[in-house]
Design a protein around this ligand. Structure first.
Ligand SMILES: CCCCCCCC/C=C\CCCC(=O)SCCNC(=O)CCNC(=O)[C@H](O)C(C)(C)COP(=O)(O)OP(=O)(O)OC[C@H]1O[C@@H](n2cnc3c(N)ncnc32)[C@H](O)[C@@H]1OP(=O)(O)O
Ligand SMILES: Cc1cc2nc3c(=O)[nH]c(=O)nc-3n(C[C@H](O)[C@H](O)[C@H](O)COP(=O)(O)OP(=O)(O)OC[C@H]3O[C@@H](n4cnc5c(N)ncnc54)[C@H](O)[C@@H]3O)c2cc1C
Length: 664
């Protein structure tokens, strides 16, 4: 039935102010207003149609992406959109494109690693898109091990130029998005060599293609690396391969904020830490955490709405069958994901604050919080993207058979999202970075250096090694200090156990390799503690709106107790809670799920997604799923004709053959 809200009865059940929750989700009334306006602008414009992506071949798909990118820029200029509005508009276009790398990595790399002069020269060109750039770091042979990159950048004092060269096959740049077909420029990372001395990896601005005819410049070989996972999905992006054959660039195209090469060829380090060369990765990892909440909330919105529409079993006395959302098993799989989406939103907000704070300090030459920023961005990027990828797949299963249809929106969302577990740092490699930070923190405890920020709890390690939870009844687990106490004790004990085991090795690096599984687990426990504690911190703020704060408290408890239940072995084996307390947490969790149930549709409506953005028949706002699924099936190209191509050629003769055999 067109125009009827099939989910109205669910919306009427909500016990909280959904509009106020929309503001909390968006971050502010202003952010909600902008995102609402931009999402509707995109949704109402047929030029941004995206429901046909799974059907398009690679070339058509890619051309379509270029058309949308050009059209988006045209609209941004015509409507005189601000930077904030433009970035929102691009995100609602919802299609991986070269522009993501241009705005998300090329521009930030120049901003973060360029000198004032370099910013003045390159930023206006990039901002007007008179040049298009990408981030060319990874090579065929090395991605995680950045120090292992092989591209050489050798200073030639005779000509005052650098000579860039790809000395081996494995030194070919491989993966950079936007590189394959579109970028005119790249920030290229390679080993800087002056006077025969290797100074390690540095960034350089390199022109790749002519601004006149777009052909590769002399000495440059460049192309696309081929189809990736999923049909539409990430294949709208031209991930590329790039080789240099003694390509020359002027000396002033080395990004020289961290270190520079003088006219005489002298290598000079400035007073900023060399790790700032990795600064763009820190920036992007931070944005990836907020994006995780967006991707997970999309999947959860689809699965929640569909779970309220879908009915199976339980028809009694003329009543309809049960909505699948009422099954406790469905709730126990779905509601922790709903809680995680909110948790990642708030930890993403906090991480953005942390990043901005670090940047402000860097301007004043205060580098003290850089290790904390690196560990938090690496750890939270890893935790949230792994949970989101698994969560999207769980949402597909929560939608039963129909979740497997492309028209559910979930297969494409998964295919586009899952590489986040790898790009911008493999998730295990990043957790090992967190573990290094934790081990370093513990090793410095005796020196009187007080741990600060997210590792501050390590300063109470002696107390945390002894603490016992005082939870006596299920409701005690609603107390934030009970939850925090348990998560802190678990994280501290896991790290301390690793540190003790490490100290048994005469070679610490050997020990680190041998114990890496335990170290990864300790890092995960630490990152879960950060998420829980930032959710609790958020609830200390003034949050207006009927029932909004109460419901967020429920979600916070679900996030924490779900993880306590899931990792019960950890909590029990480290002795911070008893098995009785573990089972009380589980009892409390059941009661919390019942409190979410009437509010579930309201909680996903608060994400304020348009049907265009969700791109899912199962997740339609009006819940009118079956007629639309039925209608959609007939749009498949296979249904253009009653008899498919190939039938007469291959199947008809087969059928005739069988007929003959039957007659024999
Ligand atoms: C609106 C914006 C939207 C943008 C969205 C765009 C999305 C587009 C889609 C996809 C983009 C994908 C792009 C990419 O993938 S780019 C390539 C990314 N590559 C990686 O992430 C590589 C991962 N590897 C590393 O980061 C590092 O190599 C390493 C794992 C950290 C190891 O490095 P290294 O061996 O040099 O370092 P050490 O372990 O020896 O550590 C040395 C000390 O440095 C500290 N460190 C390391 N990294 C950092 C950092 N980033 N910042 C600050 N400090 C860092 C480390 O802790 C050590 O410190 P210590 O005090 O112990 O000496
Ligand atoms: C879709 C996509 C887009 C990308 N875009 C860009 C881009 O724009 N620019 C760019 O420069 N790069 C880009 N990349 C590359 C990306 O950053 C790397 O692939 C990523 O950093 C992982 O590195 P790797 O491929 O070398 O993995 P590897 O390090 O080879 O990982 C393989 C396996 O080894 C394990 N492993 C590796 N090292 C260790 C260790 N020390 N301890 C334990 N286990 C380890 C990993 O956990 C993993 O299981 C992109 C990649 C993808 C998939």
């Amino acid at each position: 039935m067109e125009g009827v809200d099939h989910l109205a009865f669910e919306r009427n059940k909500a016990q909280f102010d959904v509009d106020a929750m929309k503001i909390v989700w968006a971050g502010s009334s202003h952010a909600l207003e902008v995102s609402d306006r931009m999402s509707r602008l995109v949704a109402s414009d047929p030029a941004f149609r995206k429901d046909n992506r799974a059907m398009l071949g690679r070339k058509e798909l890619f051309k379509n992406t270029l058309r949308k990118a050009a059209y988006a820029l045209k609209r941004i200029i015509e409507l005189r959109l601000s930077e904030e509005e433009a970035s929102m508009l691009r995100s609602f276009v919802d299609e991986p494109a070269f522009t993501d790398l241009h705005w998300g990595m090329f521009v930030p790399a120049i901003k973060g690693q360029g000198t004032e002069e370099q910013l003045k020269k390159w930023l206006p060109l990039a901002q007007k898109m008179q040049i298009i750039g990408c981030y060319a770091q990874t090579e065929l042979g090395h991605g995680s091990n950045v120090q292992g990159l092989e591209t050489t950048v050798t200073f030639d004092p005779k000509t005052d130029e650098f000579v860039i060269h790809s000395p081996t096959l494995t030194s070919s740049k491989w993966w950079p998005g936007g590189l394959g077909k579109i970028s005119t420029h790249a920030v290229v990372y390679g080993r800087l060599i002056t006077d025969g001395q290797d100074h390690g990896v540095h960034g350089f601005i390199v022109q790749l293609r002519s601004l006149d005819d777009h052909l590769p410049l002399p000495g440059i070989t460049v192309g696309d690396i081929g189809m990736k996972f999923g049909n539409g999905a990430y294949n709208t992006m031209d991930n590329g391969v790039l080789r240099f054959d003694h390509v020359r660039i002027p000396r002033d195209q080395m990004l020289m904020r961290v270190s520079r090469v003088t006219r005489e060829g002298k290598y000079v380090q400035s007073n900023v830490p060399r790790q700032l060369v990795y600064g763009t990765m820190v920036y992007v990892r931070q944005t990836i955490v907020s994006d995780a909440s967006t991707a997970l909330s999309r999947a959860v919105c689809i699965a929640t709405r569909y779970s309220a529409v879908r009915r199976q079993f339980g028809a009694t006395g003329g009543n309809p069958e049960s909505q699948v959302i009422d099954y406790k098993t469905q709730q126990a799989r779905l509601f922790p994901l709903l809680a995680s989406a909110y948790a990642f939103r708030f930890v993403g907000e906090w991480l953005k604050w942390l990043y901005t704070d670090v940047m402000t300090r860097l301007q004043a030459n205060d580098f003290s919080t850089l290790p904390e920023a690196h560990a938090c961005t690496a750890g939270l990027k890893s935790l949230t993207t792994s949970a989101t990828s698994d969560g999207i797949e769980e949402c597909r299963k929560l939608c039963g058979g129909h979740g497997y249809l492309c028209s559910s929106g979930l297969p494409e969302l998964f295919a586009v999202y899952v590489p986040t577990c790898t790009y911008e740092g493999d998730n295990i490699v990043l957790l090992l970075q967190v573990a290094r930070h934790l081990m370093k923190t513990i090793s410095q405890l005796g020196s009187g250096k007080k741990p600060v920020g997210t590792v501050a709890y390590m300063g109470r390690v002696e107390q945390l090694m002894e603490s016992r939870s005082d939870v006596q009844k299920a409701e005690d687990w609603l107390n934030p200090s009970a939850v925090l106490g348990a998560f802190e004790a678990r994280a501290a004990r896991k790290s301390v156990a690793c540190a003790k085991n490490l100290s048994k090795f005469s070679n610490p690096e050997e020990g680190f390799l041998e114990l890496s599984n335990d170290l990864v687990e300790a890092a995960r426990a630490h990152c879960q503690l950060i998420v829980v504690s930032k959710f609790i911190d958020k609830l200390q703020q003034d949050i207006p709106g009927k029932g909004v704060k109460q419901l967020l408290e429920v979600l916070c408890s679900i996030y924490a107790l779900f993880h306590l239940h899931k990792h019960l072995g950890d909590f029990l084996s480290t002795g911070c809670i008893t098995s009785k307390q573990g089972s009380l947490a589980n009892d409390q969790l059941r009661s919390l799920y019942s409190q979410v149930r009437p509010n579930a549709i309201g909680l996903v409506d608060a994400f304020n997604y348009t049907d265009h953005y969700l791109s899912s028949i199962l997740g339609r706002y009006d819940g009118n799923v079956y007629p639309k699924l039925y209608e959609e099936a007939w749009k498949d190209p296979l249904n253009d004709s009653v008899i498919p191509d190939g039938f007469q050629e291959y199947i008809r003769p087969m059928l005739k053959q069988q007929l003959r055999n039957a007659r024999l």
